[in-house]
Design a protein around this ligand. Sequence first.
Ligand code: AMP
Length: 271
Amino acid sequence: MLGASRRWRAEGRSIGLVPTMGALHAGHMRLVETARGENDVVVVSLFINPMQFGPNEDLDRYPRDWDRDAKMLQEAEVDAVYRPTAAEMYPPGASTRVHVRGVTDGLEGAARPRHFEGVATVVTKLLAAVAPDRAYFGQKDAQQVAVVNRLARDLDLGVEIRVVPTVREPDGLALSSRNVYLGPEERKAARSISAALREAAAAYSSGERDPVRLRARIAARLTLEPLVHLEYAELVDPATFQKPGTLAVIAARVGKTRLIDNHDVTKPFPG
Ligand code: AMP
């Protein structure tokens, strides 16, 4: 991959990288379109990174549909797809891990031990392999954005991290490859996650500034749904992921499916 990047760069063409784990949806494609608009060359990486999955997580059943992904990427006029195997990524003896401190301590970092170490390691390797000018990440994974921003700065990676707003279903549910796990009743109940964020933004705009009360409102909305089990709801600073802040972040289980979402309550909820 690096050879192609060096040629593009020698020709003076700018490169945008969109890292994904495949099972592409309109959220991923929004990242691709954004990259398309800002770069001469767009590279999409597709790698289901075993290092970022915990032992009891969904690595084995994570959705995979390469033929469909390939078609979508072709239609979006992506210049190259980087699709390494796990053995290429992590050859025997590979023992280096990238650990970003602080921002990875709480929330997703606490719920999924070593998850962000897997993310930071693979993102570092993808950036080294593709050497893009810009790399594109979704606001949907807000703590991941904070981790990648920190990483790019701390290691002087010389890449511009671009963040793309969350793409949602008409009823507000954030698009996610994991939404395919939801049964019809669960899918209906999942709506309450974005509804809770919408209510928090409305409360903020009506003058509510107390993060404890905003948090309580979110929790109350989610406990109305018997199929939804709230894991956490917090208001944090979007860069440090420390409390207090105005970014409302939620993780909830709907049946067996774990979903996350977030919204900056100082802004109106879209739609
Ligand atoms: P994934 O394949 O789930 O690792 O996601 C690849 C990239 O797409 C990440 O930067 C995600 O944050 C981003 N992404 C996932 N879902 C959405 C969404 N609904 N809207 C915008 N970006 C998203």
